[in-house]
Write a protein that binds this ligand. Structure first.
Ligand SMILES: [Zn+2]
Ligand SMILES: [Zn+2]
Length: 317
């Protein structure tokens, strides 16, 4: 059977990082992500591959503010036991030229022009943990991301990626026009909260040993929204992640595609632009993409975006 391969990229600027305060004090990670994004789009385009780039909706705005007081005063705020500041408190207002880590419309338009799918990663990256975040926050995040995309001249967004992979209030997506979302890795419930060390060592070992990854099949919900399986993140080379060799990264993709072909399933990997802060990391990505491209050339794999995979699943449902 033919394997199916999907790459989705969570594009967030500082919106996906600010709640870990060290990323605001030192913005080098977010800056690296901004620099890496066009290179990622080009690596894919050179191989004839399209991916899904799920943008935080605010990044698509032309500008916001100036604000007299708290930014976006009509936006419902999420609140969490682990964060005591206003969720919009770091939004500087203004536009992309002055604040390229809070606005990135030009990057979304460039990726769209290269043939990639633009999806949503919330509007302000609210983590939609249903145990503490009201449904109205999710309604706003989904609808406002669509509005920002329309204002940017992008086609309606079909694919949603939940911040921190915390799947919550998923029933709001259909009304906002989304047709699919990325499930948490291996269908396991993701932990709600800022990034932490839980399970990280075990996860790193699976990468380093090139463990055969999870593959899965799309499932169509009663409301028509398709739940897309997710396999694992492509890691950068920062810190301990350096121990994962390029050979192991490549081998894991080979194993995943082999399993996906055998099981008529999808290998869906995802990542962040800030993982590709240096040329070595980009070369790792190129090597991984070469594997999928080779499978596709042989006719053994199809490279799909989240949106096309979901459209197929709905057509076959
Ligand atoms: Zn704003
Ligand atoms: Zn994120």
């Amino acid at each position: 059977m033919t394997a199916r391969f999907v790459l989705s990229v969570d594009v967030e600027g500082l919106w996906g990082l600010f709640f870990v305060r060290s990323y605001v004090e030192d913005t080098s990670a977010a800056q690296a992500g901004r620099r890496a994004l066009p290179a990622m789009g080009t690596l894919l385009a050179e191989r004839g591959m399209a991916a899904t780039f799920a943008f935080v909706g605010h990044l698509l705005l032309d500008h916001c503010g100036p604000w007299d007081g708290a930014p976006h005063p009509t936006a419902p705020r999420p609140s969490y036991p682990w964060y005591d500041r206003d969720w919009y408190g770091d939004d500087p207002g203004g536009e992309e030229a002055a604040h390229p880590l809070w606005f990135a419309r030009s990057q979304a338009l460039a990726l769209h022009a290269q043939g990639h799918e633009i999806g949503a990663h919330g509007f302000a990256h609210a983590i939609l943990d249903a145990s503490c975040v009201a449904r109205e926050v999710a309604v706003f995040e989904a609808a406002e991301a669509q509005r920002a995309a329309a204002a940017a001249g992008l086609p309606p967004l079909r694919s949603f990626v939940f911040p921190q992979n915390v799947v919550g209030h998923a029933d709001v997506l259909a009304a906002a026009g989304f047709s699919c979302y990325r499930d948490s890795d291996c269908g396991r419930t993701a932990r709600a909260g800022p990034p932490g060390g839980m399970g990280r060592a075990a996860s790193l070992a699976r990468h380093a040993l090139a463990a055969t990854p999870f593959v899965g099949r799309p499932r169509v919900r009663g409301d028509g929204v398709v739940i897309l399986p997710s396999s694992f993140p492509l890691l950068g080379r920062d810190g301990l992640r350096r121990v994962v060799t390029r050979a192991a990264r490549v081998a894991r993709i080979e194993k995943g595609l082999t399993r996906a072909a055998r099981e008529d399933a999808v290998l869906h990997v995802w990542t962040h632009p800030h993982a590709f802060a240096d040329q070595g990391a980009l070369d790792d990505l190129a090597a991984v993409l070469d594997v999928a491209a080779a499978w596709a050339r042989r006719g053994d794999a199809e490279v799909l975006t989240m949106g096309t995979l979901a459209a197929r699943a709905r057509a076959n449902a």
